[in-house]
Write a protein that binds this ligand. Structure first.
Ligand code: HEM
Length: 160
């Protein structure tokens, strides 16, 4: 491997030489995807805590709110900021030249909505306003499926 200056280097294989670059666009996507790992994982954990059995509702709620506020919300904000920054850098490409981003943002919007609904249920349990998980099990399923579909549309660039 030979350095070629800021942000670039060469890798030499058996039969070819390929330049590998870490540009801003790729860096934003990397940060966005990293934040997504923590965001989606945290909300899944919030849902599991809300749904836990044989544990006092307030205790479940308090633990779920801690995960929500310390990991879920910061990771969501990071994902949103880096994803939006990448989007606005090439709005023409994402909104006019290609079509996959429309589908991707629809699923992302559902994921964001359910993030707030599941977080709100955790807060209600913690405050004593609610003592049951309500529709959390079904909402968590929809949340997981929509997160997977958001990733699918953008990775396979669907619809074409
Ligand atoms: C919060 C709102 C969101 C915005 C504004 C946003 C925006 C973006 C943008 C602009 C890209 C770059 C697309 C490309 O050029 O290939 C991207 C990539 C990606 N997004 Fe999002 N996104 C959001 C939410 C999500 C969600 C909820 C998921 C799934 C959990 C997700 C998963 C991904 C993945 C896996 C990539 C990388 C695709 C690839 O490069 O192959 N995003 N996002």
């Amino acid at each position: 491997m030979v350095s070629t200056g800021i942000g670039g280097w060469w890798t030499q294989g058996a039969s070819e030489v390929t330049e590998v670059t870490m540009d801003l666009d790729t860096g934003l996507i990397w940060l966005h995807v990293t934040a997504n790992l923590f965001w989606i994982g945290a909300i899944a954990a919030v849902g599991v805590l809300v749904l836990a059995t044989n544990v006092d509702a307030k205790v479940r709620g308090t633990l779920a709110v801690a995960v929500y506020q310390r990991v879920g919300v910061p990771a969501f904000l990071a994902s949103f900021v880096f994803g939006t920054a990448r989007l606005l850098k090439d709005a023409q490409h994402y909104f006019k030249d290609t079509h996959f981003m429309h589908a991707k943002l629809l699923f992302a919007l559902i994921v964001i909505g359910l993030h707030h609904v599941i977080g709100a249920r955790a807060k209600k349990l913690a405050s004593g306003e609610a003592t049951d998980a309500g529709p959390t099990r079904a909402l968590l399923g929809v949340f997981a499926v929509c997160a997977a579909l958001a990733a699918l549309t953008v990775i396979f660039k669907l619809p074409k």
